[in-house]
Design a protein around this ligand. Structure first.
Ligand code: IPM
Ligand code: MG
Length: 362
């Protein structure tokens, strides 16, 4: 099969990590007899430099027409870059939000698990990390505070900013369905995270999630307040299977969940529409401070490409092969700088890490 992939290298370390992910996909293509064709798309700061906007209509169209999208990272140092001296809707991140909304990518799937090989890099005490953990955060991605009406105005001489958090029952239902479907393929446990003791949107969230749960009698559902969840993640991460939550809570909790795996450089993500179309990107950002130095960890992006093979193309054994190659390279002791914790390890750069992983696909 031939698959057409829109590739968005983006800013900072984006181009280097995406290059390694494509290297690994090409190797998987060679071994299993597929062809991946890449069309490069500008988004973020690089698009601002070229076109004055973070995402052009043509770029969005190219992504829409592709079979799936692979993204590195967008953005630079906030407050320290020409890209941020403009209206909020012209900043690099606005391109990403427009892409998510424009392609209806409402389901953001962020797995977080602790590789036994990286146990030393986990910042939690051994007794807390226990036998490790393996969770998926199902984050709603096209609603809530990110897309509500906002403005800043002077009220009686006082500058006042307003952001609004809106969810309707349909938006909640479709992400809840994704969470329960995911749980059915895992340990059948959904923890829905909200702030129902304060927010109306959370109370509606709870009600709709409970309705959806009725269709999944095998899945156990419980609710957790977001502040408690933040605490539980570092107290007892092993209790989580699928975490279902709204956009902003999911943004925050997924950074926390990724950090306890040892490095944010390990965490993949998929943003899906109602069907099989998705945008795949690492959970981390563009890390401008280390860009172009061959120091970045490409594993999150490589694992994101494995998610693409699995979720968009149904290429299960190919995805397994990529994930196993990552495990093997870690087991052999190769590490990028961010995960160099422990004895007897071999430090490698971004390019070599990509090559090592590609070489182990068979
Ligand atoms: C993420 C990022 C984005 C978000 C930013 C870059 C807008 O933090 O994907 O988690 O907040 O969604
Ligand atoms: Mg984030």
């Amino acid at each position: 099969m031939n698959y057409h992939i829109a590739v968005i290298p983006g800013d900072g370390i984006g181009p280097e990590i995406v290059r390694e992910a494509c290297k690994v996909m090409d190797r998987a293509g060679q071994v299993f007899g597929h062809q991946f064709t890449y069309t490069e798309v500008l988004m973020g700061g690089c698009s601002i430099d070229a076109h004055g906007v973070p995402l052009t209509e043509e770029a969005l169209e190219t992504a829409r027409k592709s079979d799936s999208v692979l993204l590195g990272a967008v953005g630079g140092n906030v407050g320290n870059s020409r890209w941020y001296d403009v209206a909020p809707n012209l900043r690099p991140e606005a391109g990403l939000l427009a892409m998510r909304k424009g392609l209806n990518l409402f389901a953001n799937i962020r797995p977080a698990y602790l590789y036994p090989e990286l146990a030393d890099a986990c910042p939690l005490k051994r007794e807390v990390a226990g036998d490790g953990f393996d969770m998926v955060i199902m984050r709603e991605l096209t609603g809530g505070l990110y897309f509500g009406k906002r403005h800043t105005e002077e009220v009686d001489g006082v500058l006042t900013a307003v952001d609004t958090l809106t969810y309707n029952e349909n938006e909640i239902r479709r992400i809840a369905v994704k969470a329960f479907d995911t749980a059915m393929k895992r340990r059948k446990k959904v923890i829905s995270v909200d702030k129902a003791n304060v927010l109306d949107s959370s109370r509606l969230w709870r009600k709709v999630v409970e309705e959806v749960a009725k269709d999944y009698p095998e899945v156990s559902l419980s609710h957790m307040l977001v502040d408690n969840c933040a605490m539980q993640l570092v107290m007892n991460p092993g209790q989580f299977d699928v975490i279902l939550t709204e956009n902003m809570f999911g943004d925050i909790l997924s950074d926390e969940a990724s950090m306890i795996t040892g490095s944010i450089g390990m965490l993949s993500s998929a943003s899906m529409n109602e069907g099989k179309f998705g945008l795949y990107e690492p959970s981390h950002g563009s890390a401008p401070d280390i860009a172009g130095k061959d120091l970045a960890n490409p594993i999150a992006t490589i694992l994101s490409s494995a998610m693409m093979l699995r979720y968009s193309f149904d290429l299960e054994k190919e995805a397994d092969a990529v994930e196993n190659a990552v495990k093997q390279v870690l087991a052999e002791g190769y590490r990028t700088a961010d995960i160099m914790v422990g004895d007897g390890l071999k430090e490698v750069g971004c390019t070599q890490m990509g090559t090592l992983i590609a070489d182990r696909i068979r």
